[in-house]
Design a binder for this molecule. Structure first.
Ligand code: SF4
Ligand code: SF4
Length: 220
């Protein structure tokens, strides 16, 4: 993620130089204004907007003969890496866990954060030694290890919703933040505009990562 003062996601991060500047700025502006106009408690609303957007794009691809994403319940290699979310998504997750009585391993979150390099502001620099942790510490604290499902599925962050792969999960494990060159990720420009606009608006919290945001809210 990242391009100057912007926090770009997906196709926009990868292809910014190839997109006509007018289209780029109009797309970011459109999604940013839509998000800002939604007011408080918008995290849940935008989760649904993103899900509907993805359903429509996947259905469109299938009409053109492309297979659906490989992603399915229990498929969880991608749940073994650093996760980003906004402050409002972290609020939603913590409220959901408290209401539903979902406990999670705070000590593991603290250990994981030792593998996430930060600057003086506590912002992640992009450098991580995530894979140097013991195997048992690499998985998301919200992953149900027994069946590979997400224990906070209804409120999982946008990055977890938009992260899709084609054909296999064999290349979805992270390598200290580096994407496997064999990976066949599915990244839509439409969702990239939405997430890039939201992440740029929340750039101060997104850079803290899900682990730090959730810990702050849990421990006060
Ligand atoms: S991104 Fe990869 S590991 Fe994650 S659900 Fe999809 S195929 Fe499975
Ligand atoms: S929040 Fe859920 S979907 Fe996201 S990484 Fe954790 S277990 Fe996986």
């Amino acid at each position: 993620m990242g391009e100057g003062d912007l926090l770009l996601y997906g196709r926009l991060a990868e292809e910014m130089g190839e997109i006509p500047p007018e289209d780029f700025w109009q797309g970011l502006k459109r999604e940013g204004e839509r998000y800002l106009a939604a007011g408080a408690d918008r995290a849940d609303l935008f989760h649904r907007i993103l899900d509907e957007m993805l359903d429509g794009l996947i259905a469109r691809d299938q009409r053109f003969g492309y297979p659906p994403p490989f992603c399915h319940k229990g498929c969880s290699n991608c749940c073994h890496e650093l996760v980003y979310c906004t402050s409002e998504e972290a609020d939603l997750i913590v409220r959901h866990c408290q209401a539903a009585g979902i406990a999670f391993d705070q000590e593991r979150l603290i250990r994981q954060l030792q593998h996430v390099e930060t600057d003086a502001q506590g912002d992640h620099t992009g450098v991580t030694t995530w894979n140097d942790q013991p195997k048992a510490d690499q998985s998301c604290v919200f992953l149900d290890e027994a069946d590979g499902s997400c224990r906070i599925w209804a409120v999982r962050p946008m990055v977890c919703r938009a992260h899709l792969a084609e054909g296999t999960d064999a290349h979805c494990l992270p390598h200290n933040g580096q994407v496997d060159p064999e990976a066949l990720g599915i990244s839509y420009v439409e969702t990239s505009y939405l997430l890039s606009a939201i992440f740029t608006i929340h750039r101060d919290s997104v850079k803290k990562t899900l682990g730090r945001l959730v810990l702050e809210r849990t421990r006060g």
